[in-house]
Design a protein around this ligand. Structure first.
Ligand code: NAP
Length: 280
């Protein structure tokens, strides 16, 4: 008779039970990063919250997480810098009782340009912040997780964008940087296995950005198959789901109300205004 396999939960659990797991969230102080951090904390995780400029918002996040009964440490870093990944993981090693079980690469630069006007500086800044450092953070984590960690226990969630599944040439440098990160999900999942799982999470439009007015956002946020705004907590829930489901590896989860199935010639923030002008 064949032996009965162990339940996957016990396969994935490390041999020595430690305290609550830690999640490292980059750009944690505001918007999606804050929602992800609070969602993990409510589920019993401790949070290493990375921020760059938003020190006060990061302090407030830490207080809220502590009120939930979880630990929260802050780490400040500019992720455009080449040694940022090593510095952030050095902080994790120095301050936490264990390496983060999950890394959510959420921080990102989103500056307007298009394919014809993209400059070397903008391309390089987007690639450094949105592609290179997230990939190096994942590599640093993989190098530092305990050698006897159970396969599937540690994971990386690269936050992408529905744009990578629904291309238009606006926000060109940003889109190129997220396309490279999306393409790296499978490569990094192969390279870092079995120590770390690597997945992507592609939200649709969640918050007003850059010059976008509230009125433009209200119209643009309903340009998806469900014709309603995306629930940010649903996106945060997906990150936790990836972190806690040890069978998901090398996959990209799309949490966008089906926005990626609504092709547009331009970024949705420009497309809704152009559509309004055509109608009037
Ligand atoms: N917003 C949307 O509707 C939308 C749609 C699709 C996908 N996404 C993706 O979802 C994620 C979160 O979106 P979001 O709108 O919440 O992000 P966001 O507000 O544009 O940026 C999040 C944080 O990234 C940090 N950041 C930016 N440049 C940095 C740098 N050089 N070094 C360190 N940190 C840096 C900032 O931290 P500080 O404030 O501390 O400086 C910022 O608060 C991003 O990956 C984005 O690409 C967003």
């Amino acid at each position: 008779m064949r032996p009965v396999p162990e339940p996957s939960e016990s396969i994935a659990r490390p041999a020595v039970a430690a305290g609550p797991p830690w999640v490292l969230v980059t750009g944690a102080a505001r918007r999606l990063g804050r929602a992800v951090s609070l969602h993990f904390a409510r589920a019993g995780w401790n949070v290493l919250a990375h921020y760059r400029h938003s020190a006060e918002a990061a302090d407030r996040l830490r207080a809220e997480i502590q009120q939930l009964g979880q630990s929260c440490h802050l780490v400040q870093a500019d992720l455009v810098l080449p040694d940022a990944a090593r510095r952030v993981l050095d902080t994790a090693a120095a301050e936490l009782d264990q390496m983060p079980r999950c890394l959510v690469n959420n921080a990102s630069l989103f500056a307007a340009d298009d394919a014809r006007t993209a400059s070397a500086v903008q391309l390089q800044k987007h690639l450094s912040t949105n592609t290179v450092t997230p990939l190096l953070l994942a590599n640093e984590l993989a190098q530092r997780v305990p050698a006897d960690a159970a396969p599937g226990w540690h994971s990386v969630v690269h936050v992408l964008d529905q744009k990578v599944h629904n291309l238009n040439p606006d926000y060109f440098s940003y889109t190129v940087s997220k396309l490279a990160l999306a393409g790296s999900v499978a490569l990094q999942a192969q390279a870092l296995a079995p120590r770390v799982r690597v997945c992507g999470l592609s939200p649709g439009l969640m918050f007003p950005s850059g010059p976008q007015s509230q009125d433009n956002f209200d119209r643009a946020s309903r340009v998806n198959l469900l014709r309603r705004a995306i629930d940010v907590d649903d996106v945060a829930r997906c990150a936790l789901f990836i972190a806690e489901n040890s069978s998901i590896n090398g996959s990209i989860v799309q949490a966008d109300n089906g926005q990626h199935l609504v092709p547009l010639q331009r970024d949705v923030m420009f497309a809704v205004d152009e559509a309004g002008r055509v109608r009037s």
